[in-house]
Design a protein around this ligand. Structure first.
Ligand code: B12
Length: 220
């Protein structure tokens, strides 16, 4: 039997090497070997996607390669996601999530969405390239507790501030928590635009969401 680390390495390799078949096969192996599905995702598939990102920055990979890597990652996710242990909360907290206007990178957003779903949040996914007004309409429509904004590009970071400004203008800012994340985002940027939390990965996003909601409950 292969060690856990060997299987995690194969998951990463499947994604990095654009090998959908390997990603799927290693995902089944992970399950057969009782590797926790979340561990397989975060320490296998996501590692491979990050390695692909590194190769892109080294100009060894280009856009077509990245798309094939993300296909392999999603193929692995399809196998693993149904096996994630889910919490069942009594009343679900509502999260509106999306990638801000001008940006179409959605792999990270989809991972944050998946982790929040697993933690039993009710998710309203607006997709990518989402205008600020669409976030506001959805927050109003569903009475959201949290808005999660994602962007991977420095050129679209300021669109996050637009969403926060519009929430203020509409008198909604006190009702809804704002969490932000993505490659160029930092805690300093979050402080500057007045977001409630920044997290560098999907697991941190779930922790922050729970922490912010419990702090809000105490404050009420
Ligand atoms: C994959 C990728 C693509 C894919 C995207 C596929 C898809 N459907 O998403 C494709 C090939 C389509 C693509 C296109 C482009 N890309 Co691109 N892409 C990348 C790459 C290599 C990896 C991104 C990724 O998916 N990482 C893996 C995921 C798992 O990580 P993540 O997104 O960071 O998400 C994690 C955290 O950030 C966090 N997180 C994310 N969102 C949120 C939200 C919240 C609320 C929280 C709490 C946390 C959180 O949790 C996530 C999971 O742990 C990056 C380089 C890099 N190393 O990041 C460039 C990069 C982002 N791309 C870049 C560029 C320039 C482009 C293009 C403009 C290229 C072009 N000339 O056409 C276009 C974009 C067009 C547009 N308008 O959107 C630049 C951006 C530069 C900048 N301005 O800042 C980068 C940084 C590459 C570079 N160094 O130049 N790209």
């Amino acid at each position: 039997m292969d060690s856990q680390q060997e299987i995690l390495d194969r998951l990463a390799e499947g994604v990095r090497e654009m090998d959908e078949e390997l990603a799927v096969q290693a995902s089944y192996e992970a399950l057969e070997n009782k590797i926790d599905a979340l561990t397989a995702i975060n320490q296998g598939l996501v590692v491979g996607m990050n390695e692909a990102g590194f190769l892109y920055e080294q100009e060894e990979y280009f856009v077509p390669e990245l798309l094939l890597c993300s296909d392999a990652m999603y193929a692995g996710l399809d196998v693993l996601s149904p096996h994630i242990q889910r919490n069942t909360a009594e009343s679900k907290q509502k999260v509106v999530i999306g990638v801000v206007e001008g940006d179409t990178h959605d792999i990270g957003k989809n991972l944050v969405k998946l982790m929040l779903e697993v933690a039993d949040f009710e998710i309203y996914d607006l997709g990518r390239d989402v205008p600020a007004v669409d976030f506001i309409s959805k927050v109003k429509e569903v009475g959201a507790d949290i808005v999660c904004l994602s962007t991977l590009m420095s050129t679209t970071m300021d669109r996050m501030a637009d969403v926060i400004e519009l929430l203020k203008k509409e008198g909604l800012r006190e009702q809804v928590l704002v969490m932000i994340g993505g490659g160029p985002i930092s805690q300093a940027f979050a402080n500057r635009i007045g977001a409630d939390a920044y997290s560098e990965n999907a697991i941190g996003a779930v922790k922050d969401a729970k922490r912010l909601l419990s702090e809000k409950r105490v404050a009420i």
